[in-house]
Design a protein around this ligand. Structure first.
Ligand code: SAM
Length: 274
């Protein structure tokens, strides 16, 4: 506990607390949270976002891993009646089930999330089928990567997987001085909403596993990457993949467009039987 009666921030849990009321209110108003709706918050910390969320009248359920903060949050918010604090690791939580258990068939997700969990949390979003909108604070560089076009140098697995299923927009720029402790980098709040059905492949889990394989060695050409993945016995397999998908296998993963990823995944499933 520090002199001001607050628990010290834990770096290992990515604790950079938002101190700008203005930014917190902007995030909450952009989320569209309102009475009658359900909002899940990832990592409420000291409640910077939880407080304005509670004021909207929405039902708020906030998942916090740090037991020291959970007690403080409960004391502050539970008496309001529309806020629930859950002591949990968000990686273990099935949010769709949590929504159904509370009688909701959709929810909004908000998080000033720990930077070390950005990929894990974002890659799980397309699998959260009841999530109608999410607002996520990420490092500016990560936001730029996510928003870059597949086929551009900067793109990566987050770009391809998220854009396959979601419409993504940059909403709010947040400077380091808006947090304590002050991070080294700027942040951006992104909004992510489900795209119209039919954009990305139906089997999201298999597609993600395939992209993880493809991006595991992004410097390699697709031909050698898939040849290695299938083992030397199947040396001709990358040629079949190229033929069936119409994708130039001399490309590196970052050079493919979204359409090409969809075709390559289709061919991969046929050829590999996965
Ligand atoms: N929302 C608060 C704010 O805006 O000031 C806190 C943001 S801080 C960047 C991230 C929060 O996520 C911390 O409170 C941290 O303890 C919590 N956290 C870290 N890992 C977590 C996990 N696996 N599951 C749930 N919460 C986590």
């Amino acid at each position: 506990m520090s002199k001001n009666g607050r628990h010290e921030a834990k770096k290992s849990l990515g604790q950079n607390f938002l101190i700008s009321k203005e930014i917190a209110e902007k995030i909450v108003s952009t989320s569209g949270a309102s009475r009658g709706g359900l909002v899940f918050e990832i990592g409420p910390g000291r409640g910077a976002l939880t407080a304005p969320l509670a004021e909207t009248g929405a039902r708020v359920v906030a998942f916090e891993i740090d037991g020291r903060l959970v007690g403080d949050l409960e004391t502050r918010f539970v008496r309001l009646g529309n806020v629930e604090i859950v002591h949990a690791d968000i990686r273990e939580v099935d949010l769709d089930r949590e929504a159904r258990n509370r009688g909701f068939d959709s929810y909004t997700l908000i998080g000033n999330i720990p930077y070390n969990l950005t990929s894990t949390i974002l890659l799980a979003l397309p699998g959260r089928l009841l999530c109608s909108k999410s607002l996520m604070m990420v490092q500016r560089e990560v936001a730029e990567r996510i928003l870059s076009s597949p086929g551009e140098r900067n793109c990566g697995i987050l770009t391809v997987f998220l854009q396959s299923y979601m419409d993504i927009a940059k909403e709010i720029r947040v400077l380091p001085g808006s947090f304590r402790p002050r991070p080294k980098v700027e942040s951006v709040v992104l909004s992510l909403s489900p795209a119209l059905p039919g954009r990305g492949p139906d089997d999201r889990e298999a597609y993600l596993a395939f992209l993880k394989l493809a991006f595991s060695q992004r410097r390699k050409m697709l031909s050698s990457l898939f040849r290695d993945a299938f083992g030397m016995r199947d040396a001709g397999i990358h040629r079949r993949l190229g033929r069936e998908s119409g994708v130039e296998m001399k490309n590196r993963p970052e050079q493919l467009t979204l359409e090409e990823w969809f075709r390559l995944f289709g061919a991969y499933r046929q050829v590999s039987g996965n």
